[in-house]
Design a protein around this ligand. Sequence first.
Ligand SMILES: C[S@@+](CC[C@H](N)C(=O)[O-])C[C@H]1O[C@@H](n2cnc3c(N)ncnc32)[C@H](O)[C@@H]1O
Length: 271
Amino acid sequence: MAIPQVDPEIIDFYTETFDEATRLTSTADGMLEMVRTQELLRRHLPDAPADVLDVGGGPGAHARWLAADGYRVHLVDPVAKHVAQAAEAGCTAEAGDARELRAGDASYDVTLLLGPLYHLLERADRDRALSEARRVTRPGGLIAAAAISRYASLFEHTATTWLDRGSVRDAVTDILATGVHEPGRKGFTAAYFHTGPGLADEMRAAGLRDVRVFAIEGPTWSLLKATEQHTGAPLGSDSPLFRAALAAARSAEPYPDLLAAASHLLAVGHV
Ligand SMILES: C[S@@+](CC[C@H](N)C(=O)[O-])C[C@H]1O[C@@H](n2cnc3c(N)ncnc32)[C@H](O)[C@@H]1O
């Protein structure tokens, strides 16, 4: 099979344009993503110590707390800057691609894919990443994969009011219809945006069992974004609006219809 090449646009975006290291701490919706990802993962992880492979782990935001929880974490990411930052996160780290992992068969208890799936536009590439995650995970082990919701850009660009701009509205309209943000459009890299059922189908097609999909931030994250945007004042994690949005995410969990309102989705399944 051909050696996968990560699109240079992705490397440039994370190296030159965007500071991934502060994404989950610098905004209220980022903090909500972190708190909820942590609580959802902790609910499904085996007891520590266990071996965790964090594929597309970026600068190590999750590797850091997983290592503090007692897990042995190895991180893989195609962006050299992220690999260098992750090396300070209490884990080992190497450059690599989700579609062709260097890890041996059945060598990890848990494999995380909290980023690669939305950066892979083609279904065949996402299938390959999930199949690699399955290969390197021990029988009975956990795979957790994050996706960006198909509808997130509609909420986000309403909160920022950018939906009022024709070019943004056209891009959002195309994402809603196709799930694809085409290469060369500004704002983010080219990306694939999942529906909840679509993400579950991809996990099951990879042969995973007991697949469940959760709304990470729940239905009201864009209220946090709008409030910060239009007041210019950051919302702390102790603010009433943040606490209400966190409570809403927890209350909404049993209702699959509300998956559509999340910014990110988290799918879990077992090998
Ligand atoms: C938004 S960041 C998420 C980082 C971290 N996992 C988190 O959840 O905070 C997406 C990450 O996916 C990585 N990525 C993109 N394409 C990838 C691929 N083909 N294989 C592995 N990682 C990839 C990027 O370099 C980036 O670090």
